[in-house]
Write a protein that binds this ligand. Structure first.
Ligand code: NAP
Length: 295
């Protein structure tokens, strides 16, 4: 334990926070780096004012009572006007999941995009045989906050996306915001004829950013019934509870590779921890905190 270093008061706000895995990840990171500190949950009911509200928590950051805060549903976008500045990626994504202090000012960052991309790299080898090969097209299911981070990460790498969303206006907004990345939009659920827009292109990956299939509604699947996933498609489901979602089951039943979002969760946490403390945390330690080996 290094007693010359500050005591790091870290935490997560959002609502509800009952099943969050973040305290386990960050507590392990503090232990393994030998830093003194704590990571607590700060549930903030939407619309609440006064003590315990989102505004109150930002005030606690500014006064030094808190050193770093993660932000989750439903505050990732509503917190933005309360902050002094945004990182370029948080600005481009339009959502914040990590807040830190710089020279007395609050800065909003988004580590979901980096977390998704780093984890995807681990799984991507079967997708691209040569680094010079043109990347196949990606279908992103859902057009909420996590979809923005995914679109940003894919766009930074030059990948092109077909966006499937149940609300057309939401999809159009994202298509406008990420115009260099989104090549088309289709409804969700879609019919097989809706897939004509990607004919002639290889659908290399399907990324689920909807909560469909998440505990306790594990029986739901965002991929429409009766439509086969295309061959050689990798499936990445941001949902991680249950560890094997219905979408992943479907993919594996067709012999395809499928991964859940636990790796993204670990990576976005490690990136946030590094921003707050300056310490790089071993991913193995974080996986162990979840009692799971590196997937
Ligand atoms: P969000 O902002 O609420 O967006 C969810 C999106 O899914 C919206 O476009 C929503 O449409 C759509 N959707 C919801 N129910 C649907 C349904 N029945 N049919 C079709 N579309 C539906 O939530 P989010 O922050 O993006 O999070 C989405 C999921 O990703 C959650 O399960 C979350 O836990 C997960 N996530 C995982 C990680 C990770 O590290 N692995 C990180 C971030 C998020 P409407 O707007 O019309 O409701």
């Amino acid at each position: 334990m290094n007693y010359n270093r500050p005591y790091f008061r870290l935490g997560l706000t959002g609502y509800p926070l009952d099943h969050s895995l973040s305290p386990a990840l960050h507590t392990r990171a503090l232990e393994e780096t030998g830093l003194r500190g704590e990571y607590r949950l700060y549930p903030a009911v939407p619309g609440l004012t006064g003590e315990g509200s989102l505004g109150d928590l930002i005030g606690r950051l500014k006064s030094g009572k808190l050193h770093g805060l993660n932000v989750t549903i439903p505050h990732k976008q509503t917190v933005i006007p309360m902050l002094d500045s945004l990182s370029p990626s948080a600005q481009a994504i339009g959502a914040v999941n990590t807040i830190y202090m710089e020279n007395g000012y609050t800065v909003g960052e988004n580590t979901d995009a980096g977390g998704f991309w780093v984890d995807l790299q681990r799984h991507m080898k079967p997708l691209i045989s040569s680094p010079t090969e043109k990347p196949p097209i990606v279908m992103v299911l859902g057009a909420g906050g996590a979809a923005r981070a995914v679109l940003y990460a894919l766009g930074q790498a030059g990948w092109k996306v077909i966006l499937a969303a149940r609300r057309k206006e939401q999809a159009l907004e994202l298509a406008h915001q990420f115009s260099g990345t989104v090549e088309g939009i289709i409804p969700l659920p879609f019919r097989s004829q809706d897939l004509h827009s990607i004919e002639g292109q290889r659908l290399g990956m399907v990324v689920n950013t909807t909560p469909l299939g998440m505990f306790p509604d594990e029986e739901f699947c965002p991929w429409p019934e009766g439509i086969r996933l295309p061959e050689r498609t990798l499936v990445y489901d941001l949902v991680y509870r249950p560890a094997t979602t219905r979408l992943m089951q479907l993919a594996r039943s067709q012999g395809l590779k499928a991964f859940n979002g636990l790796g993204m969760l670990v990576e976005q946490a490690a990136l946030a921890f590094e921003i707050w403390t300056g310490e790089s945390q071993s991913r193995e330690g974080m996986w162990r905190a979840l009692s799971i080996g590196v997937a």
